[in-house]
Design a protein around this ligand. Structure first.
Ligand code: RNT
Ligand code: ZN
Length: 411
């Protein structure tokens, strides 16, 4: 089918494909720098640890800022539209000696900011509460040791300032996400104490003066992690309560719930009570395994909700890291999959389906929900890609394979 034919077919069910194409082009997705080097960073601590881990040893990973920037550039060159890049504090660029996390400053992110400026893209940011000797007994901001808490509070404050610097320099609000691995392997005797300390530490961080229009703190919950099976300080309930009472935004990570939970179902409630929703788009396989996102039912459902609730109300960031496959391919595939699902959602006659639901016509609803899935989405995707200077099919992968041969495998 040609784009014109697809356009007519969609028009019959009340969908304006031109509007969808324009809308999709205006949705920036925050691409996570950490897929490029297995959450390694530039502090040479020897890989991700303390509550976070990657598996796989695929060759060609970026080990210097220059390499990581080049890989991100290359990935971005194969993704339609303009996006953002999400950095972690452990990706600061240090001269001779590595400055510790509590002393980090804008100077360590100047090269990133200059890089982003040249490309006209925005940056998002994350303090790094893992891969560090000061994660004591699995705890950071909730540690019973005041010295440990102080260190991580200073880190949080330093990161708010870095986020503000990024936002101001790039003239684009910076979302800064707080995720801490804090928790226990086995049943704790005190579940309240660590949560009280966590809240107190976070309050100390957010007391810092920062530009509330340009810096958007988000706070991520989690169910459990490997080695943290019995108790997570920043559980879903804790994060909801803290974020709600402190007027910051809670962040949903698709891998941080019971595997049978419908994460998409949470979005409408979040939106009602937070106004905005921050999202880590990920794919858990049996657990929070951070596999590359696929066009599966979970992603479809999340994208449908994002589109129905208004994409402008979302901070959409990817969060996965597979070290067992080509990292650049993982980025491009995931970004394009996200865009495809957003587009499919835009090409769904949601208002008509809503009416069927409200009228109690559940058979009609079921039939139409299924039938609309087979409308000629590909033709609209192809047109979207063409208008954004990209090819719609898998030819991007040929380019990645060439880059892999010429650049990645020579490292
Ligand atoms: C870990 C969280 C967190 C990290 C990144 C690197 O379970 O999902 O968001 O993946 O901060
Ligand atoms: Zn996450």
């Amino acid at each position: 089918m040609s784009y014109k034919e697809a356009q007519k077919k969609y028009a019959k069910i009340g969908i304006d494909t031109e509007k969808a194409i324009a809308q999709l082009a205006g949705i920036p997705i925050s691409m996570h720098c950490w897929q490029g080097d297995d959450v390694g960073g530039f502090e040479s601590v020897g890989g991700a640890s303390n509550g976070i881990q990657t598996t796989g040893n695929y060759p060609g990973k970026a080990t210097t800022p220059e390499q990581l920037m080049a890989d991100i550039d290359f990935a971005m060159s194969l993704i339609p539209g303009k996006h953002r890049v999400n950095l972690h504090a452990c990706y600061g660029i240090h001269k001779d000696k590595v400055t510790d996390r509590n002393k980090l400053g804008p100077e360590h992110f100047k090269p990133w900011v200059e890089w982003a400026k040249k490309r006209g893209i925005g940056l998002d940011f994350n303090p790094t509460f893992f891969s560090h000797a000061n994660v004591k007994d699995g705890l950071t901001l909730s540690s019973p040791d005041p010295k440990i808490r102080k260190f991580w509070i200073e880190h949080g404050i330093a990161c708010l300032k870095i986020a503000e610097y990024m936002a101001k320099e790039l003239k684009s609000p910076c979302a800064i996400n707080f995720w801490c691995p804090d928790g226990y392997k086995d049943e704790p005797s005190d579940r309240l104490g660590p949560r009280k300390r966590m809240a107190d530490s976070l309050d100390k961080i957010f007391k810092t003066k920062y530009d509330k229009k340009m810096v958007i703190p988000t706070f991520e919950s989690k169910l459990f992690g490997i080695g943290v099976e019995s108790y997570t300080v920043n559980s879903h309930e804790f994060v909801m309560g803290y974020a709600q009472s402190r007027k910051i935004i809670a962040l949903l990570d698709m891998g941080h719930f019971h595997i049978s939970e419908n994460v998409a179902d949470k979005i409408s409630s979040f939106l009602m009570f937070f106004g905005k929703v921050a999202f880590h788009i990920s794919r858990p396989v049996r657990w929070d395994s951070d596999h590359v996102i696929r066009q599966n039912d979970d992603l479809r459902a999340a994208a449908q909700e994002i589109v129905k609730m208004g994409p402008e109300n979302f901070i959409i960031a990817l969060d996965y890291f597979d070290a067992s496959i080509c990292r650049v391919a993982a980025w491009v595939l995931g970004m394009r999959n996200m865009q495809k699902e957003l587009l499919k959602a835009m090409l769904t006659p949601n208002a008509a389906l809503k009416s069927l639901q409200d009228e109690g016509k559940f058979t009609d609803q079921l039939v139409m929900q299924e039938e609309y899935k087979n409308y000629p989405f590909e033709d609209v995707w192809a047109e979207f890609c063409k208008r954004n200077g990209q090819t719609a099919d898998e030819s991007w992968f040929k380019a990645v394979q060439k880059y892999e041969k010429d650049v990645l495998l020579k490292r």
